[in-house]
Design a protein around this ligand. Structure first.
Ligand SMILES: [Zn+2]
Length: 133
């Protein structure tokens, strides 16, 4: 386990900092990921670490930007230490989809496949359990 897991998890209220998956529904702790990937010069210090679920971390991989299909430009991904989640995302009350409110939110939701079938199915259960949003 990452030696900074407890600090990162407490700071994130034990939720994925991207899709807001609650850690309590998993049978293992969430992952500590590098916001700016190590291959891009990111450090393993607390300001560059975020708590992420397997799905978000897996799709984010070593990316910190993603091509916006609307502009064709590479846009940076949501940065949990610098950005406020509520400014970039909202959650559809019926669909439980995570909607990008900004370019950053939109490309992040796409890149991390936040509305994949498995993500949506799980999220609907979390809503029923009162664990989301
Ligand atoms: Zn996630």
């Amino acid at each position: 386990m990452n030696p900074l897991y407890f600090l990162v998890a407490e700071r994130a209220y034990h939720r994925c900092e991207y899709c807001r998956a609650p850690e309590s529904i998993f049978n293992a702790v969430l992952e500590v990921e590098h916001i700016i990937p190590v291959v891009a010069g990111g450090t393993s210090t607390e300001e560059n670490l975020a708590l992420a679920c397997r799905s978000c971390n897996g799709f984010k991989d070593s990316r910190s930007s993603y091509a916006d299909p609307e502009s064709g430009q590479d846009e940076r991904l949501y940065h949990p230490r610098q950005d406020r989640w509520e400014e970039h995302f909202s959650v559809g009350s019926e669909s439980c989809e995570i909607v990008g409110l900004t370019t950053i939110g939109r490309v992040t939701a796409l890149c991390l496949k936040m509305n994949s079938r498995s993500q949506l199915t799980a999220r609907q259960f979390w809503v029923q359990l009162g664990l989301f949003p």
